[in-house]
Design a protein around this ligand. Structure first.
Ligand SMILES: Nc1ncnc2[nH]cnc12
Ligand SMILES: [Zn+2]
Length: 330
């Protein structure tokens, strides 16, 4: 039995496996510039975040109907459950779909159809976090927030993703203030490729509760101090960092050093269809590469539930945490 865990950094579009992409392409009469799934997989050699994003946004062309989004989310939940995920807080990129004339309602209702059944079908509780594309204008993010208003009963928070460098968090000050006044939780990608100053800015200007990635925090000891004191969760994605060349090898990943520094870190898969593994695979890989002890793996699992947006259901969090504490490694 796998270690119970929460996944807090997962882009649902990043779970689009090549086989499903080809099945949807056929169903929706979309032509892909690859011969087959194997040929597509061979293209997954990235030099940085942008080289990945180009392929990632391109492949989304196959996602057209609510059923497509339902199928995508249900496939993720099945895979995640098999790897011990008990709770998932799932990102989606509405602007990547509305730009292709797929309405936001189609996306949200399609995803929600699968997520609402996640517990019953897969034993996974879920939340949905709507991400703004930071390389698009702030006005587009505000319009997206406005368009999401009829669907907010399905959405628990907002996030910020896409190309980081040159798009500091402060660009989205007003959007985050508006999201907060709508009662939404707030997270943002920061310090993946961008500097540690973006992490501080996401905290200070946007008021985020978690930092997605936060990989480069270790370059600024004062920032580390602050993150440790406030126990701000960092949702690390080690396999993503290797594939997008933010670190050279998994052995070089600062995860262990970050834990030793007292940071509240979690381990996540980011875009598992592209980066070589789902979250259970990621736990295995970091355990091997960084020689993590059972205690450290248990801490990572505990952290994931502590960092989850489960404040409205503390008994559930306690149940999940009890599963972590009673887990026996074989
Ligand atoms: N790792 C990542 N960084 C920024 N935006 C993303 N969108 C999907 N994956 C992402
Ligand atoms: Zn991400």
């Amino acid at each position: 039995m796998p270690l119970p865990k929460a996944e807090l950094h997962l882009h649902i579009e990043g779970t689009l496996e090549p086989e499903l992409a080809f099945a949807l392409a056929e169903r929706n009469a979309v032509r892909l510039p690859y011969a087959d799934a194997e040929d597509l997989r061979k293209a997954y050699l990235f030099s940085d975040l942008q080289s990945f994003l180009d392929l990632y946004y391109g492949l989304m062309a196959v996602l057209r109907t609510a059923e497509d989004f339902t199928e995508l989310a249900d496939a993720y939940l099945a895979r995640a459950a098999a790897q011990g995920v008990r709770h998932a807080e799932i990102f989606f990129d509405p602007q990547a779909h509305t730009a292709r004339d797929v309405p936001i309602g189609t996306v949200v209702e399609g995803l929600a159809h699968a997520l609402d059944r996640g517990e019953e079908r897969h034993g996974v509780s879920t939340q949905l976090i709507m991400c703004f594309l930071r390389d698009q204008p702030a006005e587009s993010a505000m319009a997206t927030l406005d368009a999401a208003k009829p669907y907010l009963h399905h959405i628990s928070g907002v996030g910020l993703d896409s190309a980081e460098v040159g798009h500091p968090p402060a660009k989205f000050r007003e959007v985050y203030a508006a999201a907060e006044s709508l009662g939404l939780r707030k997270v943002a990608h920061a310090g993946e490729e961008g500097p540690p100053a973006y992490i501080a800015e996401a905290l200070d200007v946007l008021g985020v509760e978690r930092i997605d990635h936060g990989l480069r925090a270790m370059e600024d000891p004062d920032l580390v101090d602050r993150l440790v004191r406030r126990q701000i969760p960092l949702t690390l994605c080690p396999l993503s960092n290797v594939r997008l060349r933010a670190v050279d090898t998994l052995e070089d990943h600062p995860l262990r050093a970050m834990m030793d520094a007292g940071l509240l870190v979690t381990v996540n898969s980011d875009d598992p269809a592209y980066f070589g593994g789902y979250v259970g695979d990621t736990f295995h890989a970091v355990r091997e590469a960084l020689s993590l002890s059972h205690d450290q793996l248990r801490t990572l699992a505990r952290n994931s539930f502590q960092a989850a947006f489960l404040d409205h259901d503390e008994p559930r969090r306690e149940r999940y945490l009890a599963e972590v504490e009673s887990y026996t490694f074989d």
